[in-house]
Design a protein around this ligand. Sequence first.
Ligand code: NAG
Ligand code: NAG
Ligand code: NAG
Ligand code: NAG
Ligand code: NAG
Ligand code: NAG
Ligand code: NAG
Length: 560
Amino acid sequence: MMKIHQIGFIFCILASRVVAVTSSHHSDTQVQWGTCDPSLVNDTSLSCGFLNVPLDYQDPSVGNARLAMIKANATGERRGTVLFNPGGPGEATFAVVNQYKELLLEVTGGAYDIVSWDPRGVGKLTIPGDTFCFDGIEEYIEFFNGTIELKGIEEIGDFSDPADVDALLAQAPEMQKKYEDIGNKCLRGSNGKFLRYMGTAATVRDMVSIANVLEGPDVPINYLGISFGTVIGASFVNMFPERVGKVIIDGVLDPVLLATKEISTHFWHQLVSVDTIYKALITGCALTGPTGCAAASEGDGALDIDAKVQALLRTAYEAAKVNTSAPLTSGLIRTQSFFQMYTPPNWSSLMNEAYPEAVQIIKGEAPGNLSLNRKSSDPTSRSSLMRRVLRDSPSYSAPAILCADSVDLQGTTMADVFNGIIEGTRKASHMFGAGWYAEFYQCSFWPVRSVERYQGPFNKKLANKIIVGSNTYDPITTLAGAQKLTSLLGEDAVLVRLNGFGHTAIVGEPSACIRQTYSAYFTNGTLPAHNTVCEVDADFEVFAGVYTGDILAHLPGGDI
Ligand SMILES: *[C@@H]1O[C@H](CO)[C@@H](O)[C@H](O)[C@H]1NC(C)=O
Ligand SMILES: *[C@@H]1O[C@H](CO)[C@@H](O)[C@H](O)[C@H]1NC(C)=O
Ligand SMILES: *[C@@H]1O[C@H](CO)[C@@H](O)[C@H](O)[C@H]1NC(C)=O
Ligand SMILES: *[C@@H]1O[C@H](CO)[C@@H](O)[C@H](O)[C@H]1NC(C)=O
Ligand SMILES: *[C@@H]1O[C@H](CO)[C@@H](O)[C@H](O)[C@H]1NC(C)=O
Ligand SMILES: *[C@@H]1O[C@H](CO)[C@@H](O)[C@H](O)[C@H]1NC(C)=O
Ligand SMILES: *[C@@H]1O[C@H](CO)[C@@H](O)[C@H](O)[C@H]1NC(C)=O
């Protein structure tokens, strides 16, 4: 994920998915760059092209995949190419490059062409592209009617009421069956025969193929990867340590955890910082006061605002008990607001637009269409590590890739997954631990694993030193994950930390220090000191008149 955004309208156009994969067994040796599909890209300075690569690098007889690529030309004297991946998995690469071209050129000093591509399993131009398993949104809604997939998990006080534990666990067999059925549906679907060729190891080989064609087989490979792009990056530098050029990975999803543990039962470990981010949100709200934050009354401190939010959650929770079709459940509020923790630049609109609407809906004073929901489908709202939006037929691109990478099936049950969620509400995040993040919870029931997985080691000796970036408080890719990878790589990696909130250092909150650090490395090879700390831009207002430094200085201690 990067950031970045999910571009809904892309996913409705399925045409290219049915194009048969070319049967020729050779990879291309050059890329023909041309204009980009104007329905995806409106910046005419960008060029697009394709590269055919083997579907299975160990078995050329399987045929080829086709990678759709996009390029922003270097603005200065060109020194080569930086390959870029925005994460997801499944993020709409072309839209991200279209929107973030300037930022990408800035952090690479304008000295490189930026080349990105929709990885196998992603987008509508790459073959295989996005994975869809339902014929439409109606089929999906009918399939999950009345379940936590659509309504979220109801609990209050970290499942302090045993009845909530029982109610959740009672749904385990049905939900397990549903996710097993989805896996089989996906296997029977149009991408079914490709599912085993998706995954990070193949994507790393594709990335090397792209670099070989663009720059030559002996040239060091430069790469910028954020969010799930760090999994590609960590795999790349360890699968091809001798090819490592200048590499920055930012927003690290612990590659060791992914390669050795089931994410479905371990996901809660990713949530250890998110309650602090929620505290930052309510602290900023209190500091700006009623004129800058609709949830604040005169004289409110952060804990007063928290009390209102908790009361709202409790009202929604009680309402769902008496009316099973209550429009806004506490579970949906938790799940949707979790993703708002990614983007402090949107907190002001969250608290001044979405929050008052939520209050009205929960009080029964407004119909149940919430801007929080609408906004999550807004292509300009930066998302990141996966969010499913009720819009078109839901894409299963994220689980298709994440699960292809996963460890072998362990016989884990949905009850195990639910018990992990309960543990997570108690040990990691009281606020968001009970959100239903389906993409992360279904790999234990996904029927396919990739023909090749890279499961370590992650401590290879690299040809060049790399930069690992993280926020102090990232809702999903923790500082601890970045520290772990950095320590595995020893002197070959330096950690740069943005002292702020949100998902990834490069886009969570604006920081000229981060941008300059990244660009000095790409342009001049300048490595910052290990454990360098950058601050968020002093003029970046989180709420009117409230800056990140103010929030950091006033964070309440203790549990929320
Ligand atoms: C290009 O797309 C972006 C994002 O969708 C939009 O904000 C912008 O106005 C568009 N520009 C043009 C020239 O159409
Ligand atoms: C990008 O650079 C290449 C090589 O210099 C040039 O041929 C091409 O026209 C440029 N593309 C755009 C869109 O400016
Ligand atoms: C969902 O289930 C309810 C109750 O069983 C039923 O009334 C409703 O029609 C169903 N909705 C859909 C979309 O299937
Ligand atoms: C339950 O909620 C639905 C949706 O808001 C509403 O239409 C219905 O009237 C409610 N039922 C009761 C008994 O309040
Ligand atoms: C989120 O913040 C960005 C940057 O401040 C802004 O352009 C965008 O409109 C906001 N999106 C929403 C949904 O508020
Ligand atoms: C919310 O739903 C009501 C009734 O369905 C509709 O009239 C209204 O336009 C919707 N509001 C928004 C902002 O979508
Ligand atoms: C790279 O080094 C040159 C020469 O020391 C300097 O002028 C330039 O500002 C540096 N570029 C970056 C992005 O730090």
